[in-house]
Structure formats: structure tokens, C-alpha cells
Design a protein around this ligand. Structure first.
Ligand code: SF4
Length: 327
């Protein structure tokens, strides 16, 4: 690990001022991914700006929006009574991630900013366009069992590792970010990026900005919601496939539905075509199967991860079936 300077700040304003002073500085909160990246030599910031004492931990209902501060811990959000009542899908997704110890210190903002867990990204001996643009992608033709089946490029086939973000994209969350001049809002679906020709960029946060809070519209999708995560072991493992479902069902018909997948793309993957098909239809297994087929349009395997082409639609059908069965 390289030497670095450690700074602590207590306001967003001073945090942004410190960030502007030195391009090679990074914010640190829980540090559950950043410290690993530094230990492995993947990133080498000269300054770490500790933002843990910036007052951005609120979880509250304001009008018809649920507001979650960027520094609320994953546990604080998952265990919050307002979240459990209004956004159970988010609580389920958070509890499916990492371990209890990690969730206690990992923050909402940090969860959004975590890097892919592609093994080649962490192995500085191997080519990786995300770590060293232009060096190649060892995963194409290499070990790619965990990798993407949607929205890939020949530059990178990594997946975004978060569970929380899969729920947030399904819930139409909005990300509020700030720089020294003020705030701007980014739809959650537009926060993370596909790899394209710039796999080194995971998201659209600018280098002079920080995440301030999430705004999530209240909805009626809570009762029939479900987060189903398929993984190699029952806890502390990243998703092979995950599916977030929120449905509003009246008289057996689906009046509203949200669907998103994790473990399949460089960003949380919203399934809008499948949603459009399901709206207004019976909550039946036949319609769930048809929706899963629509969701798989354009999917492509890379060898070791071909099994996801079958596992993904099966997981969608099961997630919808379980969500429907909730009384
Ligand atoms: Fe790097 Fe992406 Fe290729 Fe993994 S998939 S080796 S992160 S470029």
C-alpha cells in the first residue's frame, strides 16, 4: 500500500473544496471497497478525505418522496421502519448484499461507487481496460463465469456488483449530487454507465462532485415485491443473477410493475420491455414466462457464463411468482 494523506471534514462544502484542491484525492466513508483497491495497487490516491462526519445520514419521508442521505449505512437503511414499510424491496436487496459487518459500515453512496469484482481488474499483472485503458480485456476468452450478458463491449464485459442498486433502479430513484456551485439530479437509471469505449468510467458522477442523497418516489409496489439473488453460497457472495420485482396487483391483474436484474451488465439492468408487456395483464405464470423471454432479448454469453442465459429467465419467473404469492 502506498503512503497517503488522511484528512477529515465535517461538511459537504469543505469536502468539495478539499476535492477540488487535489485531483488525486478520494472521499472515504466505510472504505469497504476502496481500501481493498488501495491494498491491491489498483488505485493510489494521495489524499483520503474522510466524510463520515458530514451530516448526510437522514432517512425521512418528505412529501411523497423518501429521502436517504448518502452516508446512511446499509444497515441503517435496511433496518429503518420507514424503509421496511414503504420500500421493502430496497431493504431486501440491502440484506442480500455482503455480510452484516460490512453492511454496518458501508454507506449508500459508497455502495453506488463500488467497482466491479472482475478478478482481472484486481490483478495488476493482467490486462484490463478498466484499470489501464487500452491494455486489453483478459476476461474476453478468459475466466468470465461472473460476467455480463447484456450491454457488453469488446473493451469490457464486467458487471456492476451491487444489490442495492438493482432495487434502486427498479424504484425510479433519483440521485442528487453537488459540486461547489450547487446541486443537480440524475435519474438512477442514468447514474451508472455501460462500458462502451470508456470502461474506466463506471458512472456519470463528475470529478468535482459528491453524492448528497437519494430521492425515491413513494409507490404501491411494496406488498408484492421481491429480491431474488442466485449466488454460489447463501451469504457473502456476489450475484450470479439477481432480480428485483415490485408489483401492484388488483383483481388478479398487474396494474403496475417494476423489474430489474443484477449480475448481468455493467450497470443495474432495468427490464422495461418486460414491464410494458406485463402491465394490465393477469399475474399468471404464462405471462411471467413471456415477460422473461422479452427480458432476454439481446443477451449474449462469453463461454463460461453461458449458463446465465438460462438462469436469468428462470430467476425472473421465480421472482415474479414469489412476489405475486405475497399476501
Ligand atoms: Fe477489466 Fe472489464 Fe475486462 Fe474485467 S471485464 S478484465 S474489468 S476490462
Amino acid at each position: 500500500m502506498i503512503n497517503f494523506q488522511y484528512l477529515r471534514t465535517t461538511s459537504a462544502k469543505s469536502a468539495l473544496a478539499l476535492l477540488l484542491k487535489d485531483k488525486n484525492s478520494k472521499f472515504i466513508a466505510g472504505g469497504t471497497n476502496l481500501i481493498d483497491l488501495m491494498k491491491r495497487g489498483v488505485t493510489s490516491p494521495e489524499k483520503l478525505i474522510d466524510i463520515n462526519h458530514v451530516p448526510l445520514k437522514q432517512i425521512e419521508l418528505v412529501g411523497n418522496k423518501i429521502i436517504i442521505g448518502a452516508l446512511a449505512s446499509n444497515t441503517a437503511v435496511a433496518e429503518n421502519s420507514l424503509i421496511k414499510e414503504k420500500l421493502p424491496l430496497l431493504a431486501m436487496a440491502l440484506n442480500a448484499g455482503a455480510s452484516a459487518q460490512l453492511r454496518n459500515v458501508a454507506t449508500v453512496g459508497g455502495n453506488m461507487m463500488q467497482r466491479t469484482r472482475c478478478g482481472y481488474f484486481y490483478d495488476t499483472e493482467m490486462p484490463c481496460n478498466k484499470r489501464v485503458p487500452g491494455s486489453g480485456c483478459a476476461a474476453v476468452g478468459g475466466f468470465n463465469r461472473m460476467h455480463a450478458i447484456f450491454g457488453t463491449s469488446d473493451k469490457c464485459i464486467a458487471v456492476h456488483p451491487s444489490d442495492m442498486c438493482v432495487a434502486l433502479v427498479a424504484l425510479d430513484a433519483v440521485v442528487v449530487v453537488a459540486n461547489q456551485k450547487g446541486e443537480r439530479k440524475i435519474l438512477f437509471k442514468d447514474f451508472h454507465r455501460l462500458a462502451g469505449d470508456t470502461p474506466q468510467l463506471d458512472n456519470n458522477l463528475k470529478t468535482d462532485e459528491m453524492i448528497i442523497r437519494l430521492e425515491i418516489p413513494a409507490n404501491n409496489l411494496g406488498k408484492n415485491s421481491n429480491y431474488l439473488k442466485v449466488r454460489d453460497r447463501a451469504s457473502y457472495a456476489f450475484a450470479l443473477i439477481s432480480v428485483a420485482v415490485g408489483m401492484e396487483i388488483s383483481n388478479g391483474k398487474i396494474s403496475d410493475v417494476r423489474l430489474a436484474m443484477g449480475g448481468v451488465a455493467h450497470k443495474p439492468w432495468r427490464l422495461t420491455e418486460a414491464e410494458d408487456f406485463l402491465k394490465g395483464k393477469d399475474a399468471s405464470i404464462e405471462n411471467f414466462e413471456q415477460a422473461s423471454k422479452l427480458a432476454m432479448k439481446g443477451a449474449k454469453g462469453f463461454g463460461e457464463n453461458d449458463f446465465k442465459l438460462q438462469m436469468a429467465p428462470n430467476t425472473i419467473i421465480e421472482a415474479l411468482t414469489v412476489a405475486k404469492s405475497k399476501a
